[in-house]
Design a protein around this ligand. Structure first.
Ligand code: GLN
Length: 217
């Protein structure tokens, strides 16, 4: 990595629980040094934030105990946020079976574990409108997006197949990109890149890794 361009952008990764380390690694691959967010003051001065997958009910509890909830609510109301899987649940207007209210910044309704339990986790093709070409989505006890509000654009779909209709798996509203799957697990960083450059307006100094999904899994 020495000698390669590095951005001065301050991009945070909520690091209370879940898959934060691989999101941090994805940002590093793209030349951005991530800021680990575990306390309210870590949000100060951030230009963008990643909310990783993990366990949304646990994350909501940890947001309360760390004092992060209120400052995070203010952050997600206007700043660029990439929210994946449990992160998407945290931002949803409505989600089921949670011990605390969601942050509600994204006008969607989701059902948790909407594709089934852990053993029903799968990977499969995803259509990402801003960056056409085959891309794989890893769905791990993923939320299913049931309703999308007026100001929300569907940017990623699962194609129809095996008796299932084409359905939304990625949404964008303002500077928020929400994905039901785990883009940090495949080595294909086009979702991170698009978020950083188009929604956060940041320069992304390095090319994606050439790692393939199978190497990363
Ligand atoms: N099922 C988890 C939840 O409800 C989300 C799974 C994930 O983030 N991979 O929080």
């Amino acid at each position: 990595m020495d000698g390669e361009p590095v951005s001065r952008a301050r991009v945070g990764v909520l690091s209370l629980q879940g898959d934060f380390a691989l999101h941090a690694a994805a940002l590093q691959t793209l030349g951005i040094e991530p800021v680990r967010v575990t306390l309210p003051e870590h949000l100060d001065g951030l230009e963008a934030l990643v909310l990783p997958g993990g366990e949304s009910s646990t994350m909501l509890r940890l947001l309360e105990s760390t004092g992060l909830r209120a400052p995070l609510e203010r952050f997600v109301a206007g700043k660029p946020v990439l929210a994946t899987c449990a992160g998407l649940i945290l931002l949803a207007r409505e989600a089921d079976r949670l011990p605390l209210p969601t942050l509600g910044a994204l006008d969607i309704k989701v059902v948790r574990n909407g594709y089934g339990r852990q053993i029903h986790s799968f990977s499969g093709p995803v259509e990402f409108a801003p960056s056409p070409g085959p891309v794989n989505g890893v769905f791990i006890r993923a939320p299913r997006i049931l309703e999308v509000g007026k100001g929300v654009t569907v940017v990623a779909h699962r194609p129809a197949g095996e008796g299932a209709a084409r359905e939304p798996v990625g949404v964008q509203a303002g500077r928020i990109l929400g994905l039901a799957f785990h883009p940090e697990l495949t080595g294909d960083l086009r979702f991170h890149r698009w978020f950083l450059s188009e929604l956060a307006g940041l320069a992304v100094p390095r090319a994606e890794s050439s790692r393939t999904s199978s190497e990363a899994a």
